[in-house]
Design a protein around this ligand. Structure first.
Ligand code: C5P
Length: 215
């Protein structure tokens, strides 16, 4: 099997994490969730009560943390951390730092395994030369419903209308920021993930089969 790099970009709640996990299992690729790194840094800043507008303090924290863990935990998915993560993601120095962590990790491990990496700028900025680039698209109201259910499932109290508002705001931040805005990467396949997941998986598997077996 070729050691390929697959990138998955898309807005919050599009299901790209779940899709990445599936591809990782199906094709034996290492799954790297870049959003976790933004969330980890958000958690550190939140725990230390850092004012996000204080650029010098944020930079100091980054300098201190030569590494961030890719490990997931429930707290990282809370609305508070989600909102801080998208706020700090607008800063170029934060993006440079996180992109380097991802690049280093891939370079150190690509001899052993291929990768599936999901985020907002993976196919457009971080791994422009990936073997396969995907962009997952889903209507905002469907995403808000899914997110609402996710939060209820992890025991967080939430109001659908507030979730919809938060997701719209996050989309706005992601799509309109000056640095690495969320875009459909050049050469990416746009996959609508609105009906059945099975449909989505089948479409993606066909694309990977083509790369792996040339059929
Ligand atoms: O994907 P996830 O929702 O976990 O990402 C958390 C936040 O990190 C997003 O709202 C987004 O603003 C930011 N992010 C980013 N670029 C990435 C991954 C995440 O800007 N590659």
């Amino acid at each position: 099997m070729k050691k390929i790099i697959v990138t998955i970009d898309g807005p919050a709640g599009s299901g790209k994490g779940r899709i990445a996990k599936y591809i990782s299992k199906k094709w034996g690729l290492y799954h790297l969730d870049s959003g976790i790194l933004y969330r980890r840094l958000a958690e550190v800043l939140n725990n230390k009560n850092i004012d996000l507008k204080n650029i010098d303090k944020v930079k100091k924290i980054i300098k201190k943390h030569k590494n961030l863990s890719f490990r997931k935990n429930k707290n990282l998915r809370s609305e508070k951390i989600s909102n801080i993560a998208s706020k700090i993601a607008v800063f170029q120095y934060v993006r440079k730092y996180i992109n380097k962590l991802q690049n280093d990790f891939v370079i150190q491990n690509i001899d052993k395994k291929g990768f599936v990496i999901d985020g907002r700028d993976i196919g457009s900025v971080v791994f422009k030369n990936a073997d396969l680039k995907l962009y997952i698209d889903v209507d905002v109201k469907i995403r808000a419903k899914r997110r609402y259910k996710q939060l209820i499932d992890i025991g967080e109290k939430s109001i659908y209308r507030q979730i919809l508002k938060d997701i719209r705001l996050r989309d706005k931040l992601d799509k309109n920021r000056k640095n690495s805005p969320l875009v459909i990467p050049k050469g990416a396949y746009v996959i609508k993930n609105e009906s059945s997941l099975l449909n989505t998986y089948n479409k993606i598997n066909k694309l990977i089969e083509k790369i792996q077996y040339g059929k």
